[in-house]
Design a protein around this ligand. Structure first.
Ligand code: ADP
Ligand code: MG
Length: 613
């Protein structure tokens, strides 16, 4: 039959950059996309030794005949497009005829395939050559086994240092592609364990529930809206369900998983001021449009696309989201009221600085082109019973607080101690509710109160974290968290590291974990924020050295715990802050390197007013 044809060189050259198979997940992605293109309704992905020994993807799709099966591993052989016109009207996930040849080049490949139930063929390739061929009995469909990935490219193999990460990458990709294809039953097994499964009932909410858990699924709002050229539909979370990264915004365009900065932003804009800064929704959005309006041929992993009429699309997305939020009265839940009422000025929820968030958009994890990727937020859900973890009787010694309280008892701004780094200064006032004004003998100072608080918190938290003896205490009501399957894999691998931080967490079935004990260093009113940030940092996991990890964790926690700009403070609070700042090792910059204090000399000021010339 020979449906697969070789693209002529001209078309082949029009196709964006060559295939890069960099990790287990990139193999899985290509094989699964082929199964979807082959109209499978059942797709099973199995990893042996986290995929490093073997990756097996089986489907019940249309299969291949002998000729096709032999051609499919040759470069630029594809059944999906024929000429350059087709490039502007791509309706399949694949089109470049590059995946199988690239995979074949770095592994030992076996293809078992059949176009009719009962009789099929088996082909085995070694060093890109067909080494065995036979007929076998096989139901309709295709099973591709990729053995010994990167056996001939040790450098790439060495980069996959953490096998656990590979499983997590695969899981993350599969959960997202499952959102796009709720009519396909996916089964993912890694190292003998079922990690994730969907049932193909064509119910997206059911898939959301398998990935994020029931509690998230019931807090999702369905939306749908159309414009001239586009239609969008999907689910987005109520404001009570947020995450600290944009990771959980899944964008699908004509069944393809993509990332797109503008659409992500349009979704966030749709929420307007309903979201706290640094918080993002869980959203699954499917965009449907004429294939001619979207250019998928711009990125080798096809993860980025370009739209015509992009502005219309952004507007549509924003409106669809904001309308659905408007239509649903978003009653603030108890937990949030508690958060709001928790107004200790020095431990106020701090919006993560924009500067720290700059890399947010690069953290989408199905980026198969990057070496270190995945930066994910934990999907945290508080179960009903423990909605108020603050209701506890144990009063842990939260050292950050204690010191603050001490100062609020009225110790004056002291500069006499020998270890003081800052010059003697007197409190003058507050400017723009953001800066503290202070005066010394011959100088005038402006102090950024957020930067100062961050510095204080950072040093205190880092000290506590790097202390060998972290004390912990048992929570009266354990707190439960439900993670996505890929997050759960990361957490599972970090249980010991968490213990070192005083946090005892254990599996509670599926991807739900319960925290039974926490370190006394965690301020009581910030337990949820701190735990969320700790899980986040572990899952993001780019810092492998312990000190580096603790340092970056201390930085992000410090920011969370620090006082905001744009907030009025009493003189006493300001003095307290200056006192604590004075005690830090480096009172001059915040942990991210921004200045804390700026000095104007009296001489300079007098020159402004021409008192001296
Ligand atoms: P592309 O998907 O870009 O066409 P691939 O190298 O991924 O290129 O695949 C080459 C061809 O092999 C496909 O065009 C398709 O005809 C065939 N093929 C690959 N996987 C399957 C599968 N699971 N079922 C049926 N046909 C497949
Ligand atoms: Mg393909």
């Amino acid at each position: 039959m020979g449906r697969i044809l070789k693209l002529d060189t001209k078309v082949a050259n029009l196709i964006a950059a060559g295939e890069v198979i960099e990790r287990v997940a990139s193999v899985v992605k290509e094989l699964v996309e082929n199964s979807i293109d082959a109209l499978a309704t059942n797709i099973k992905v199995e990893l042996v030794e986290s995929g490093l020994k073997e990756i097996i993807v089986s489907d019940n799709g249309i299969g291949m005949d002998v000729i096709d099966a032999k051609c499919c591993v040759l470069p630029h052989y594809t059944s999906k497009i024929k000429n350059s016109d087709d490039l502007f009207n791509i309706n399949t996930l694949g089109f470049r005829g590059e995946a199988l040849p690239s995979i074949c080049a770095v592994s030992n490949l076996t293809i078992k395939t059949s176009t009719v139930d009962g009789k099929g063929i088996s082909l085995r390739f070694k060093d890109e050559k067909l080494v065995a061929e036979g007929t076998i009995s096989l139901p309709k469909g295709t099973t591709i086994s990729v053995k010994d990935l990167f056996y001939n490219t040790p450098a790439r193999l060495a980069q996959l240092s953490n096998a656990n990460n590979e499983v997590s990458f695969v899981s993350d990709y599969l959960t997202k592609i499952a959102f796009a294809y709720p009519d396909i039953a996916f089964l993912f097994i890694a190292n003998g364990k079922t990690i994730f499964q969907t049932y193909g009932n064509d119910d997206q909410l059911e898939v959301i529930s398998s990935v994020y858990g029931f509690d998230v699924a019931r807090n999702m709002l369905a939306f749908a809206k159309e414009s001239n050229y586009f239609s969008v539909e999907g689910y987005t979370s109520k404001i009570s369900v947020t995450r600290s990264s944009k990771q959980h915004i899944t964008i699908l365009v004509n069944g393809r998983l993509i990332r797109n900065y503008n659409i992500t932003n349009a979704i966030i804009k749709g929420y307007g001021t309903r979201l706290m800064v640094g918080k993002y929704p869980i959203t699954i959005i499917q965009i449907t449009c004429d294939a001619g309006l979207v250019d998928v041929n711009v990125h080798p992993a096809k993860a980025e696309v370009r739209f015509s009429m992009e502005e219309e699309l952004d507007e549509l997305v924003k409106d669809a989201i904001s309308e659905i939020l408007d239509n649903n009265s978003l009653i603030v839940e108890q937990k949030e009221i508690n958060d709001l009422a928790d107004s200790d000025p020095f431990l106020e929820e701090i919006d993560i600085d924009e500067q720290d968030n700059d890399d947010e958009d690069s953290d989408i994890s199905f980026d198969f082109d990057k070496e270190i990727v995945v930066s994910e937020a934990p999907s945290i859900i508080f179960s009903e019973e423990d909605a108020d973890p603050f209701e506890e009787n144990i009063e842990p010694s939260a050292p950050v607080y204690e010191e603050l309280k001490l100062f609020s008892d009225g110790i004056a701004l002291s500069s006499e101690d020998n270890d003081n780094k800052l010059p003697l200064m007197n409190y003058v006032g507050q400017l723009f509710e953001t800066y503290i004004l202070a005066q010394g003998e011959e100088n005038f100072y402006l102090i950024d109160q957020h930067a100062a608080a961050e510095r204080i918190n950072y040093e205190q938290i880092y000290d506590k974290l790097s202390n060998d003896k972290i004390l912990s205490y048992e929570l009266l009501v354990p707190i439960s968290y439900t993670f996505t399957p890929s997050e759960a894999l990361m957490i599972e691998a970090k249980i010991e590291e968490l213990k070192e931080l005083g946090i005892e967490i254990e599996n509670f079935g599926g991807t739900t974990y319960v925290v039974r004990s926490i370190g006394t260093w965690i301020p009581k009113s910030k337990i949820n924020d701190y735990l969320e940030e700790i899980f986040n940092s572990l899952i993001r996991g780019t810092k492998t050295k312990k000190e580096e990890f603790l340092d970056s964790l201390a930085k992000s926690l410090a920011c969370k715990a620090a006082i905001k700009g744009n907030e009025y403070h009493s003189e006493e609070e300001a003095r307290m802050l200056l006192n604590l700042l004075n005690k830090t090792k480096n009172p001059y910059t915040c942990p991210h390197g921004r200045p804390v204090i700026v000095k104007f000399t009296k001489y300079e000021i007098e020159k402004w007013f021409k008192r001296i010339v």
